[in-house]
Design a protein around this ligand. Sequence first.
Ligand SMILES: [Zn+2]
Ligand SMILES: [Zn+2]
Length: 269
Amino acid sequence: MNNMSIEISTIGSGSKGNSVYIGTKDTKILIDAGLSGTKIESALKDINLSLEDIDAIFVTHEHSDHIDGVGVISRRYNLPVYATEGTWSNMPQKVGKISKHNQKIVYKDEGILLNDIFIRPFEVPHDAKEPVCYSILYNGIKVCVATDMGHITRNVIENIRHCSALVLESNHDVNMLKLSNYPYALKERILGKYGHISNETCGKLLACVMNDKLKNVFLGHLSQDNNTPDLAYLTVANILDEFGIKAEKDVNLHIAKPYGITELIKVEE
Ligand SMILES: [Zn+2]
Ligand SMILES: [Zn+2]
């Protein structure tokens, strides 16, 4: 790895479990650990890493697809876990005991410095207690993870602007969801202001924050029932095209796999 580059890839994405790996030569973190320790360990092996190499886990919110592996991994590897007070107070029992010294609190808009990277949580509109997403700064490079949002706020846009790589939610196709056999209340939840954003909203948001440095975007948290990788890709690519941005030529759109390393992206200044 180039000495001054930052790496990013998704390890899991979607309702079966989310985790994003971000690393520099000195610091390696996971954003969420919603899969088992075994699964994360085996995915990391594909990029020649192990959970032993990970320095910390940053949790976005307490939904089980983001925290299922957090307790086990923290205990086994003595890893600090960072989350907001609201997330900590709503962490489900099944996560198990995380030792006091590994329970770290983050505050929205207040970044923390972990070795050579600066990690800043920002508020997102989602139906959890105090959900955040994260932007990570290293050597003038910014990478962001933004999933589990019901709508786009100015705050979200401000926080993910100027990034060089991005994991962005592209949860569902609105028509597929509306026509699906999901219960009415669940459809309302997903489509609501504190649910998840659609492919179309994802495309518009991406067009809005597009910049010359942004060359790699992972479309993530795809619904397995109300979306397909092709539909997510085409919808987002078509919207970008309306703004004069060409997928593949101007920006690579990667569909984050439900499980496993999607592609390891190295970003240099
Ligand atoms: Zn959620
Ligand atoms: Zn989720």
